[in-house]
Design a protein around this ligand. Structure first.
Ligand code: SF4
Length: 758
């Protein structure tokens, strides 16, 4: 068996979050719930809060809810933390409910981007909200992180604002915004926050809290990983590299020429030593660089390196990559695609450099991503004294997101799949951070012993992906140097350890616990990885499937799959064979539910037609359909906006991508997924004729749509019957786009961000 993934390589680079001296207020002890009112603060003996967290979600004290995690982590450091949940944003008054925070505001839109929370993929208003008591929509404003930050500033002008959460994380640089169909500023600028935290923020927020408590001015805190902020210019002593010089996949850094000065080395790399070059006044701006930047800022050189000269690049920790400015990427989709690509190349905490992007006269500066948590730190975070319940002020009101995860356990973070439509990697990173077996088992026992309504069924042991627990690169050194966007695409990397042994061990231990009748796996399975371990598939299929297992091939055709970075449908077939074999061995009748995305970039009408034919051949009739939803910063969103394939080097002439725009074409792609719905037949007939495939219209088994048209009232429901393959047609939802967000509009159950189905 392979050894557990060693994250000590990264850990050496970071101070453990448990090693800080506790803040003096730790003497007040642990709150049963973090207070949401003055009355609760009084009961705890607090005269004030050190930190007030403002969130767009209901407060559920559970480690699947970001605000609860951040609140409890800060509490464990000794700080008094209050929560203002879903405040009325029409005035600043509700933001004063807990008084003035001694140290800072912590602001988040919640577990979801507020625009995805409020609007469907077709930009229609939703009436529900899985993170609100009673599942009612409208309890948070659009662009909540910006609105809340403004109100906090109005409430107490001089209190620093630290913005975090997925909305801040995914909007950290200038980005395409699907709802306004515009390129927007970095949210750091629009929210006017003092610091923006991106990714999982425990390590950053602990350091920031202690530094603010030690009276360090917030504007001096510019060196924390995983943070972004606005500054006027690049400070002295930094080397600026133009982003066009790094967007060459596979580039190997040259060796140093010992006879060159630091400044010469930087120049030979197409960079500049800010201090020396400024003094020399010899900068030459690149076509997009330098636009609108502050005076005195370092200027990159339009330098053509001599390939014969072997050189060492400037030190990574003093290097910043200048992306094209907001104004430039707004005006030029090719530069947008390039900037998005560079951002994704600079996401590995082992080798990422700082990024900077001008917005007018100001620069938005992004420090490199946070160092992943070690197993001990993960255990600490998940082992904090959560009440594992919604705040009592909500009474009996149901919060769907909580109902969904109350009997499940999050065993790890991160995903190395790299699916282009998914935001998990941009937020959590691709290095897997796993809890220890004991910590996970302790949480199962806590659920059994403490959570009301537990009937013995654990609904999930998972995470962003069901089966990446303790998987990772062969050595931490290789991992730290790697810049590949995926460890499993186009095939499984030869350096990836795929041993599912530790996961099998946890499954066995959990299901043998007294009082636990069944452990289900509800997280999405990476089945191309699972087939590497037949023992794991057997264990999963024979003990942890409740009749149906959801998996997500996302498509059957090579074109869209290559733009999604998903494996070919052959991987699905291999997994299905194993699934059927092990189910039969156990004497169980079980079914796979495949999920698909309509209208993804790179999908032609023919691709959707072929998918529909595959669905028909295999006897699947989807109840609901989900179309591609361009979430901020995802690679597929960059393709959607620019029409360029950002998985390859982007130039003016580089590969274009077929983008499914406009209501009519999106409706057609969705209609192919519900080829069995008579309401869609007129549209499909018309499209098939236009595509020259009228041969698929007819009343035989091999036809896609019949020639006759029943009278429909718009609410056609497909009949349930045995199909030609003899398998039972399943209630096949076609899965939501992987924003990591609840697919509520489809009627499917909500999934908090860290628990997305795959
Ligand atoms: S070398 Fe392979 S396994 Fe290692 S991090 Fe890179 S892609 Fe993943």
């Amino acid at each position: 068996m392979n050894a557990p993934v060693d994250v000590s390589f990264f850990a050496r680079a970071a101070k453990p979050i448990t090693s800080y001296r506790k803040y003096w207020a730790h003497r007040f002890g642990t709150a049963p719930f973090l207070p949401m009112s003055r009355k609760e603060m009084d009961a705890l003996g607090w005269d004030s809060c050190d930190i007030v967290l403002v969130t767009g979600d209901a407060y559920v004290d559970h480690p699947s809810f970001g605000m609860a995690v951040i609140g409890r982590v800060l509490e464990a450091q000794g700080f008094r933390v209050g929560i203002i949940s879903q405040p009325d944003w029409q005035s600043a008054e509700p933001f004063k409910a807990l008084g003035k925070p001694n140290l800072f505001w912590g602001v988040t839109a919640g577990n979801m981007d507020s625009m995805i929370n409020r609007y469907t993929a077709d930009r229609k208003l939703r009436s529900d909200d899985a993170y609100t008591p009673g599942d009612v929509g409208g309890k948070r404003p659009d662009r909540a992180a910006i609105v809340y930050s403004q109100r906090c500033r109005e409430a107490f002008k001089d209190v620093p604002i630290v913005l975090g959460g997925i909305e801040g994380s995914l909007r950290r640089i200038a980005h395409y915004d699907y709802w306004s169909e515009k390129v927007r500023h970095s949210i750091a600028l629009d929210a006017k926050c003092d610091l923006l935290l991106y990714g999982n923020a425990e390590r950053a927020i602990v350091e920031i809290a202690h530094r603010l408590a030690a009276r360090e001015p917030v504007e001096d805190i510019t060196d924390v990983r995983g943070t972004a902020f606005v500054r006027r210019s690049t400070p002295e002593g930094w080397f600026e590299i133009d982003s066009t010089s790094v967007d060459t996949p596979g580039r190997v850094e040259d060796h140093v020429n010992p006879y060159m000065t630091i400044a010469d080395q930087a120049k030979a790399q197409g960079a500049t030593c800010a201090k020396e070059d400024q003094a020399a006044g010899e900068s030459l701006p690149l076509p997009f660089a330098g636009e609108g930047r502050g005076e005195g800022a370092a200027q990159p050189l339009n330098f053509v390196p001599n390939p014969k000269v072997k050189l060492k690049p400037p030190p990574r920790d003093r290097t910043v990559i200048r992306l094209p400015s907001y104004e430039a990427i707004k005006a030029d989709p090719v530069l947008y695609a390039h900037a998005n690509r560079v951002l994704h190349l600079e996401t590995n905490p082992g080798n990422a450099r700082a990024l900077v992007q001008a917005h007018g006269e100001r620069d938005v500066w992004l420090n490199p991503p946070p160092i992943p948590l070690t197993t001990a730190e993960m255990d600490h975070v998940f082992g904090l004294p959560y009440a594992r319940a919604p705040h009592p002020s909500y009474g009996d009101a149901k919060i769907p997101a909580w109902e969904m995860i109350r009997f499940s356990v999050n065993i790890m973070r991160g995903c190395f799949g790299g699916c282009t439509f998914c935001s998990i990697t941009e937020h959590e990173g691709r290095i897997i951070q796993s809890r220890s077996e004991d910590s996970i088992i302790r949480e199962v026992e806590e659920i059994r012993d403490k959570v009301k309504g537990f009937t013995g069924v654990v609904s999930d042991l998972g995470g962003p992906t069901a089966n990446m627990y303790r998987l990772g690169c062969r050595t931490p050194e290789i991992e730290a140097a790697c810049r590949k966007p995926s460890c499993v695409y186009p095939g499984i990397c030869q350096n990836l350890k795929t041993d599912h042994g530790p996961l099998i061990k946890i499954y066995r231990r959990a299901r043998e616990l007294k009082g636990v009748k069944k452990v289900l796996i509800g997280s999405g399975l990476r089945y191309d990885l699972a087939v590497q371990s037949p023992e794991y598939v057997k264990e999963l299929v024979q003990h942890h499937v409740g009749g149906y297992l959801k998996i997500a091939p996302e498509h059957t055709e090579a074109g869209p799959l290559s733009k999604m970075m998903k494996p070919g449908i052959g991987s699905y077939d291999r997994f299905k064979q194993m699934f059927d074999k092990f189910s039969a061995e156990a004497g169980k009748e079980q079914y796979l539910i495949p999920y698909f995305i309509a209208a993804h970039p790179g999908t032609s009408d023919e691709d959707m037609m072929n998918l529909a034919l595959w669905l028909k051949r295999n006897g699947f009739r989807a109840d609901q359909v989900q179309a591609f939803y361009p979430s901020p910063m995802a690679t597929a969103t960059a393709m959607y906006h620019t029409g360029k394939n950002t998985l390859r080097k982007v130039t003016r002439d580089s590969e274009g991508v077929d983008i499914v725009r406009g209501e009519r074409r999106r409706r057609l792609h969705k209609a192919f997924l519900r080829y069995h719905d008579a309401n869609n037949w007129p549209m499909l007939r018309e499209a098939l004729k236009a595509m020259g495939r009228a041969d698929l219209i007819g009343n035989g088994k091999h036809h896609l749509v019949p020639t006759y048209q029943p009278v429909t009232d718009g609410s056609y429901a497909s009949p349930r019957r045995k199909n030609s393959t003899g398998s039972q047609p399943v209630k096949g939802r076609v899965l939501t786009q992987h924003t990591g967000l609840p697919p509520r509009a489809t009627g499917a159950k909500p999934v908090p961000p860290a628990r997305k189905p795959r």
